[in-house]
Design a protein around this ligand. Structure first.
Ligand code: FNR
Length: 360
């Protein structure tokens, strides 16, 4: 019986031991030089706290509300592909853990369980992440199936007109027999024989012509609120407000798409300022500690999403592992709030952190 991990990094170690190299590389890796992947994590260490003392912190409330849904803490599950490579129960285990933690799970378009299976397996609040394929009918059908079985929002991932170049996947020829049957989409004919077969499939599938005007198309096929994931600039944040989406997610896809984009935490504040409170701004990228969650909230995020930590929990210990990862981050956040003198998520404001920019 492996020792009980005490933090996300220890879960990552266990996941590495548990997984075949090909899958561990797929989950943990990033694009090209992996510079952005590293920066996403490192950039948090340049933000320091400005705690207040002698505050009555005998009662700390972590709960918050996202698009009208109350969750127990501002830590949500990011959409990540193919959980069955990590654990035989796949996304069902992840969704059950999200439900136990009373938080929102965003199910990936590239899920290895169907939207219906995940919906019927637990009562988690679920959003559905969308990739728009050249075959728009495939994407539209999945949106409609998700809507029918109770998903509460569509998260349109906008930073993926092509898959980023992930060199470990190319070397490992990342492919599984399971992929061939996944939703009937990944069939042997569309999979290239050269390089990373996964990337080759995805590049054929994504619609690179997708643009801002297609938000109107998406609105025409669903009544659900739409969030745009992958915003990194003030300019695009303003555009998102203009096209009338319900929220944005500041994200660089965990450093898996365009390498050398900034760490998400370093662009969060300018995006928040551009949005000016008109729609919620969520955040992901590099969250490994409760202190990171606090920093993102202080810089204006309403909540954060965690990608790899969830997969590491899943690979190491299944549903229990995912639950522990979310609980650990939640406990660390609670401690950070206590030591900073913030009693509720609302009280976490910009004045509790200093960035390098503040010291110039
Ligand atoms: C992802 N991400 C992702 N995003 C998305 O919109 N659809 C997807 O299918 C996937 N798949 C996926 C697989 C794997 C293995 C990873 C690591 C990431 C990106 C994900 O939603 C999120 O933006 C990042 O994972 C956040 O960074 P951290 O928390 O992993 O550092």
């Amino acid at each position: 019986m492996a020792a009980e991990p005490v933090n996300v990094t220890e879960f990552q170690e266990l996941a590495k031991q548990a997984l075949p190299k090909m899958f561990y590389d797929f989950y943990s890796g990033g694009a090209e030089d992996q510079y952005t992947l590293r920066k996403n994590i490192e950039a948090f260490s340049r933000i320091m706290f400005q705690p207040r003392v002698l505050v009555d912190v005998s009662c700390i409330n972590l709960s918050t509300t996202i698009l009208g849904y109350k969750i127990s803490s501002p830590i949500m599950v990011a959409p990540t592909a193919m959980h069955k490579f990590a654990h035989p129960e796949g996304e069902i285990a992840t969704a059950r853990a999200a439900a136990a933690c009373k938080t929102i799970m965003v199910l990936s378009f590239r899920s290895t369980c169907t939207v219906e299976e995940v919906a019927s397996s637990c009562n988690a609040i679920r959003f559905f992440q969308l990739y728009v394929y050249r075959r728009r009918d495939i994407s539209a059908l999945l949106v409609q199936r998700a809507e029918r079985c109770g998903y509460k929002a569509i998260v349109l991932t906008a930073d993926c007109p092509r898959t980023g170049r992930r060199e470990a996947d190319i070397k490992n020829k990342m492919i599984s027999p399971q992929l061939k049957n996944f939703e009937g989409l990944l069939s042997a004919e569309v999979v290239s024989e050269k390089g990373s077969k996964l990337a080759a499939f995805a590049n054929g599938a994504f619609d690179p012509s997708l643009s801002w005007k297609d938000i109107a198309w998406l609105k025409s096929i669903t009544n659900l609120p739409i969030l745009i994931k992958g915003v990194l600039t003030a300019e695009n944040a303003v555009k998102a407000v203009e096209v009338g989406v319900a929220g944005i997610i500041v994200s660089n896809h965990g450093g898996r798409q365009l390498d050398y984009v900034p760490a998400t935490i370093s662009v969060l504040e300018e995006v928040v300022q551009a949005v000016g409170g008109r729609i919620p701004v969520l955040f992901d990228g590099g969250i490994r500690r409760g202190t990171d969650v606090f920093k993102a909230l202080a810089l204006g995020a309403q909540a954060v999403l965690i990608g790899r930590p969830v997969i590491f929990g899943l690979a190491a210990k299944g549903e229990y592992g995912v639950r522990r990862v979310i609980e650990m981050l939640r406990d660390e956040l609670e401690l950070t709030m206590t030591l900073c003198g913030c009693r509720s998520v609302k009280e976490i404001t910009r004045s509790y952190v200093r960035t390098e920019r503040d010291s110039l």
